[in-house]
Design a protein around this ligand. Structure first.
Ligand SMILES: NC(=O)c1ccc[n+]([C@@H]2O[C@H](COP(=O)([O-])OP(=O)(O)OC[C@H]3O[C@@H](n4cnc5c(N)ncnc54)[C@H](O)[C@@H]3O)[C@@H](O)[C@H]2O)c1
Length: 282
């Protein structure tokens, strides 16, 4: 399976990084947003990131020129010639199914359809198409331009050749480290990371240690680049809560239950960096 043209649907936080990574590696990209205004916003995100790359000396002008290889559209039918489509719209199954239903209709029979979902079972997306063997998860990390990992998630129905092609694309074309993850809540990273963050929140809530002490302990004692509460603020407490809930729903174990403080902070709109306040003020 030759992958020469890649479609990206949704050019927000994740999709913009994915568009940039794919274009910088010399592939043709067709990027789809919902409206002309959102296309402009997506384009500005990608080009702004490339300009910052040039300013910091991390991207040369030839790399910057890759932006020209992106075709922008609001029309899903324009993805018809893509060999691989990466979907990165918000975490809403009904919305994703709507998109996969159109992709199923317009893409060539051999095309691969991938979702970047963090918590929706991949099989639920795949079963919305007439060709679930062509569907899998490709879970990038934020920012996709910098983070080296892609979790590739095959379902019980994904064809082995599709998994192989996705692995080769992520590893050989994009230069990522690929990890095979099962179609289970949290895949590999979030199944380990989110209970760790929730444990830190419980520790803070119970008065076991202060936020700064918890974070410094893990930075200086465990060699982590940032502490768990700083990381939670960076990810967004709403995203942490949502992921903890999906893990708890899947495994029905107390261990995965989100701590009450996390729920209350989300209810209060203290979502971390993006709202200016979480465990810390920004
Ligand atoms: N943010 C993260 O750290 C992260 C990490 C890994 C995976 N994910 C997953 O990636 C997906 C996207 O998350 P995000 O954080 O980039 O969300 P986001 O809200 O930043 O971006 C989503 C984009 O999709 C666009 N969109 C909405 N409806 C659309 C449609 N019908 N067609 C085309 N575009 C449409 C929106 O305009 C927006 O630009 C989610 O499934 C999420 O779970 C997120």
């Amino acid at each position: 399976m030759e992958i020469g043209t890649v479609g990206v649907i949704g050019v927000g936080t994740m999709g913009s990084g994915i568009v940039e990574v794919v274009a910088r590696n010399g592939l043709r990209v067709v990027a789809r947003e919902a409206t002309p205004e959102l296309v402009e916003a997506g384009k500005a995100r990608v080009e702004g990131s490339m300009d910052r790359g040039v300013a910091r000396g991390k991207l040369d002008e030839a790399g910057r020129a890759a932006a020209a290889a992106v075709t922008w559209t609001t029309n899903l039918e324009d993805l018809a010639g893509c060999d691989l489509v990466l979907e990165a719209v918000p975490e809403n199954l009904a919305l994703k199914l709507e998109i996969f239903e159109v992709l199923d209709r317009v893409l060539d029979p051999g095309a691969i359809m991938a979702t970047n979902t963090s918590s929706i079972p991949i099989i639920d997306v795949a079963m919305g198409t007439s060709r679930p063997e062509q569907v899998l998860g490709m879970h990038f990390f934020n920012p996709a331009t910098v983070m080296k990992l892609v979790e590739v998630i095959s379902t019980q129905l994904t064809a082995p050749a599709v998994t192989e092609a996705a692995n080769a694309f992520a590893a050989d074309t994009l230069g990522k480290r690929v990890v095979a993850a099962p179609d289970r809540a949290g895949f590999v990273v979030n199944k380990l990371l989110v209970p760790y963050i929730c444990g830190a929140i419980e520790m803070y809530e119970s008065g076991h240690a202060s936020a700064a002490d918890i974070d410094d302990a893990m930075k200086l004692g465990a060699g982590h680049p940032m502490g768990p509460l700083t990381l939670a603020d960076l990810i967004g407490l709403d995203v942490c809560l949502f992921t903890a809930e999906s893990l708890h729903a899947e495994y029905a174990e107390r261990f995965y239950a989100p701590p009450p403080l996390l729920r209350r902070m989300v209810a209060a709109g203290r979502l971390g960096r993006k709202t200016g306040r979480g465990f810390y003020e920004y």
